[in-house]
Write a protein that binds this ligand. Structure first.
Ligand SMILES: [Zn+2]
Length: 344
């Protein structure tokens, strides 16, 4: 089975979710859990954003030694150098450079031309590469970027030394088939693409983050960016547990493997909700946003249905995790409903 790289951005994009900010100690605790969970890459933060972010990335880089530790940087010298300062003690550091490429962002946010954008992307990747061998580039708002310009900029950053090209659906705009076509076109049109890893980063504004990520995998993406409990900016990122479980439950459809340890999904989800106070979701429940009075009852039914349809293909440990996760989620959801009913 082909291996998919799981890039966890709970500590960076996830932390931008309302009510989800974490201090250095909390981030460090979660990073150790992500390590136990078996993710391949931990995006530990955005070092230039604050002293706290810098300290968290540095602390994680120093002690979490198995996974790649990534730090985010805008496409400018100051950001890239700051990211490198935070990351340089990591066993496996990665600088993640991003720059918006859609006309709407170029005109209204960055106020630069396409040519300036292309030069800035290429020069930034070149600088990052001079510091760190592992460089990821993200053309922000890729799904609303003119495809011809996107191919041009991606070809330029591959030539400058990028090793991963991440395609973000920044505003949660794309549709699964459309996103798959974009990935296929990138594979055909970007020079040197066969030497780099293509990645997907999807947002859930239309509830399609997981569907889009899975469509991208089928179209040739070999890294997915996701978060525990699907937390993230606005409606959230693609949920790590849902992507992983989709592949585990339906290997006939998604014949891909990850390094994720199924038994660690529930502890990771639980730890994050304990730290942030934001309730966890459950991979077999879609009721997380408005848990009802009968959540517990229906979770049992879902367990039953799921056991019938998934049972034979599901390894025992992950299945147990999922069942426990469902039951506990339902119980907590019921308590929340009771509390909110009393409150108002
Ligand atoms: Zn994002």
């Amino acid at each position: 089975m082909e291996r998919i790289t799981v890039f966890d951005t709970t500590l960076r994009d996830g932390e931008q979710s309302p009510g989800c900010s974490m201090n250095v100690q909390e981030k460090l605790r979660l990073a150790h859990q992500l390590d136990r969970l078996g993710v391949d890459v931990i995006e530990a933060g955005f070092p230039i954003a604050s002293e706290g972010d810098f300290a968290a990335v540095q602390a994680i880089a120093a002690v979490v030694r198995r996974p790649i530790i990534a730090g985010l940087a805008r496409a400018c010298t100051q950001d890239i150098e700051r990211a490198w300062q935070a990351l340089k003690s990591a066993a496996r550091p990665r600088i993640h450079v991003f720059l918006a490429t859609s006309d709407i962002h170029l005109q209204y946010k960055l106020k630069i031309t396409r040519q300036q954008c292309l030069e800035r992307a290429r020069d930034s990747v070149r600088l990052a590469k001079s510091l760190c061998n592992d460089v990821e580039f993200s053309p922000e708002d890729a799904t609303r970027t003119d495809p011809e310009f996107l191919f041009q900029i991606l070809s330029a950053v591959v030539e400058a030394g990028a090793t991963t090209l991440n395609i973000p659906d920044t505003v949660g705009y794309t549709m699964p088939a459309e996103f798959a076509s974009l990935i296929q076109a990138i594979r055909q049109r970007v020079r040197g693409i066969e030497n780099v890893t293509i990645s997907a980063h999807c947002h859930n504004d239309l509830g399609l983050a997981v569907a889009n990520s899975l469509a991208a995998i089928e179209a040739g993406v070999r890294q997915v960016e996701c978060t525990i409990n699907g937390i993230g900016e606005r409606a959230g990122n693609a949920s790590l547990e849902e992507i992983v479980m989709a592949m585990r439950v339906r290997p006939d459809h998604y014949a891909y493997d990850t390094g994720v340890v199924g038994e660690q999904l529930y502890p990771a989800s639980q730890m994050l909700s304990e730290i942030t106070g934001v309730p966890a979701q459950c991979v077999c429940s879609r009721s997380r946003h408005s848990p009802g009075w009968h959540a517990e009852e229906s979770a049992d039914l879902r367990d039953h249905d799921a056991a019938v349809s998934w049972g034979p293909r599901f390894e025992a440990g992950a299945w147990q995790t999922l069942r426990t996760s469902c039951a506990r989620f339902a119980l907590r959801a019921t308590r929340i409903s009771i509390r909110s009913a009393r409150a108002g």
